[in-house]
Design a binder for this molecule. Structure first.
Ligand SMILES: Nc1ncnc2c1ncn2[C@@H]1O[C@H](COP(=O)(O)OP(=O)(O)O)[C@@H](O)[C@H]1O
Ligand SMILES: [Mg+2]
Length: 209
């Protein structure tokens, strides 16, 4: 059975769709990967369509979109056939997002290292705790070092929450790769973004064992 990672965070623009795509591509170098888009906005589905025609797309990543009562059965199907299933969720905890969190081996919560993003994560953290799901926060668009980032790291640690030990910086490379249906590890395998992403993906895998 594959591992299910639900990428969730009520804050829009935190990087859910970006991280789902980037991690999917990085993990696709090591196993079979599927993405499930349950956000009605469908950005990940568009990325998947771009990917179909992208010559640099080195790995196969299946992208499915589904909602409502079909979600549970689709997820079962994908879990049986893939090593990793990443779910991109909408910025609300609706019934579909609940289903995704319930089904997840890990709930990955992207956030900018700033208090409003942690506040926005509370609903997801609470639901994951109720469902006894493992969670990990991950800093996205993070400055290398800032007083606020240190403060957030301390607060997350003091609360006993898990923070992915590798943060993703704000890099044009992520947005450019996404716009071409790619991951940074494909668009520019020797870039800083790719190094950072590979390190983050390795840390993510460690959380899944
Ligand atoms: N690390 C990053 N560096 C640069 N741009 C990013 C990064 N992460 C996300 N973005 C950009 O920020 C915007 C919001 O990201 P997105 O993944 O759509 O957020 P969400 O799905 O949580 O609403 C998008 O335009 C995306 O390209
Ligand atoms: Mg999104």
């Amino acid at each position: 059975m594959g591992k299910v990672i639900a990428v969730a965070q009520q804050k829009g623009g935190a990087g859910k769709t970006m991280l789902a795509a980037q991690f999917a591509v990085a993990l696709a170098g090591e196993g079979r990967v599927a993405l499930l888009d349950i956000d009605p906005q469908g950005s990940l589905t568009v990325w998947g369509k771009l990917r179909d025609g992208a010559p640099k797309a080195a790995h196969e990543v299946r992208v499915e979109s589904v909602s409502g009562w079909r979600l549970a059965s689709e997820l079962e199907k994908l879990k049986a056939a893939y090593d990793y299933v990443l779910i991109d969720t909408p910025p609300v905890i609706d019934s579909d997002a609940r289903r995704a969190i319930r089904a997840a081996d890990l709930v990955l919560i992207p956030m900018n290292p700033a208090p409003p993003d942690l506040w926005a994560a509370e609903g997801t953290l609470k639901l994951a705790a109720e469902e006894k799901r493992k969670t990990a926060l991950v800093f996205n668009r993070a400055p290398a070092a800032s007083r606020l980032r240190k403060r957030l790291e301390a607060e997350i640690g003091a609360r006993g929450l898990t923070l992915l030990p590798v943060a993703l910086a704000n890099r044009a490379g992520y947005a450019n790769a996404f716009a071409d249906g790619l991951g940074v590890t494909e668009a520019g395998p020797t870039t800083q973004a790719a190094d950072e992403l590979r390190a983050a993906a390795a840390a993510l895998k460690d959380l899944l064992v």
